[in-house]
Design a protein around this ligand. Sequence first.
Ligand code: SF4
Ligand code: SF4
Length: 155
Amino acid sequence: MSGIDRSGLRPRFWETVPLKKMTQAEWEALCDGCGKCCLNKLEDDETGEVAMTRVACRLLDDSTCLCAQYPIRHQFVPECISLTAKSLEKHLYWMPQTCAYKLLHEGEPLFDWHPLISGDPETVHAAGVTLRGQTVPEFEIDEDDWEDYIIEEPQ
Ligand code: SF4
Ligand code: SF4
């Protein structure tokens, strides 16, 4: 079962409502639940290149790819970003290629596996774009070793 509430939304709102005009419920429902933004990234100081690792935030539930404490996550992870239409632009450089917020910002359509389109939160996993069952919690891996866990983003 999905922890993301996608009920009571305007039909296909993502095709007609600009990001900045979405309601909070629509904005939250836009997240496909891939969990890739909750994986630690490594940024090369010189090139600015960002690499994804499978070392997950301590709150990521590896079996669902969702945050285990989303509404109260800042109590445990104060640095977790609250993405908004306003702040989106400055985060685009590190965001996953398949992220729904990034796609819409770039004028691209959502993929057919997006739960808003398929009506089923499982399709994001079935499409192979998540790291379900393959992440390791950050508290188990020394930060100096994170580069051993670099992966290609599944898309
Ligand atoms: S990468 Fe985007 S779509 Fe995937 S979980 Fe993060 S915010 Fe949601
Ligand atoms: S606190 Fe939750 S939403 Fe934030 S990065 Fe960690 S798992 Fe993701």
